[in-house]
Design a protein around this ligand. Structure first.
Ligand code: ADP
Length: 297
């Protein structure tokens, strides 16, 4: 179990990046979904024991990550957003080097451990190729290989699918899903599809605050009968009800969130998606902030 309690991070500036985050993560995949600047990377770095919070605590199976990060580093794997590789090394040599830095060894030496890890992330055939020849997806998988070295209890992956093409993304999903079968995986992302494909539980983070903890099913169900779609040129669309506009076969259509009242003419009820649920959360947050700021002015 990973327990995050009242986590606050204020960067010099002062930029409040986290404003009291509480989360409980049991075994399996947990998604942290939020727009850019929401505080995801900050949270991931604190959980990885690489950044000190201003206040609050993080416990992995009861042990305090914040007070004594070195004690838990062995049980923790981290794939940061930016991962530096040596382009002229082969995938295997790069991984052997990273294993040495991490202090991970095996009875048959580092190369044997590296080969097993490369197999796990589907890179065995590319082991002897130079990293500079790897695609973005292959680099990410090499990053996962170093993160799971030593079989960590907790795996932290920060925005791992950004920039991957659909095929690579799908391959990456499969690897992550397998890894989450026997450990805690914390996945941060701004991509709703990552959550719908992978995460039985997730939280939405916005401006340093967790604004929702739920499951994809519950999030969709909570909006049933409240989402409508129709032509953009329909009159009488109430302010604040537009979730997003989309182009369908070249024509603009709007998706509305109407918790009550009748829809404008030409709009019909549609099945809510996880994207709808996310947008409602994010936009409600914006509306709350504006009313707070309005009241303070
Ligand atoms: P996300 O990963 O969700 O995009 P971040 O955790 O990177 O969000 O950033 C949260 C907020 O903290 C942003 O306003 C960002 O500009 C700010 N921030 C991040 N890192 C630093 C830093 N080292 N110094 C000052 N502000 C920072």
């Amino acid at each position: 179990m990973l327990e995050i309690r009242d986590l606050v991070k204020v960067y010099p500036g002062p930029v409040p990046a986290l404003r009291g985050v509480d989360l409980d993560l049991p075994e399996g995949m947990f998604g942290l979904l939020g727009p850019n600047g929401a505080g995801k990377s900050t949270l991931m770095q604190i959980v990885a024991g690489l950044l000190e919070p201003t206040s609050g605590s993080v416990r992995l199976d009861g042990e305090n990550v914040v007070e004594d990060p070195a004690r838990v580093w062995g049980r923790l794997g981290y794939l940061p957003q930016e991962f530096g590789f040596y382009p002229h090394l082969t995938g295997r040599d790069m991984l052997v080097h990273l294993l040495e830095l991490k202090g991970v060894t095996g009875p048959n030496g580092g190369a044997a451990v590296a080969d097993r890890l490369l197999e796990q992330v589907n890179l065995r055939d590319a082991a002897d190729r130079k990293v500079k020849e790897y695609s973005g997806g292959m680099e990410q998988r090499l990053g996962v290989a170093q993160a799971i070295a030593g079989d960590p209890r907790l795996l932290i992956v920060d925005e791992p699918t950004a920039g991957l093409d659909p095929e690579e993304r799908f391959r990456f999903y499969r690897i992550l899903a397998e890894l989450a079968e026997e450990r805690i995986v914390l996945l941060s992302t701004h991509i709703v599809e990552d959550v719908s494909v992978l995460c039985p539980r997730f939280a939405v983070i916005r401006e340093g605050e967790v604004v929702e903890r739920t499951t994809p099913d519950d999030a969709r169900r909570a909006l049933e009968g409240q989402v409508y779609e129709g032509e953009a040129d329909s009159a009488a669309i109430r302010e604040g009800t537009v979730l997003r506009s989309l182009l369908v076969e070249g024509r603009e259509r709007l998706r509305l969130h109407l918790p009550d009242g009748d829809p404008p003419s030409g709009f019909t009820a549609v099945e809510p998606t996880l994207e709808d649920a996310y947008l409602v959360r994010i936009q409600n947050g914006a509306a709350r902030r504006e009313s707070r700021e309005g009241a303070a002015a």
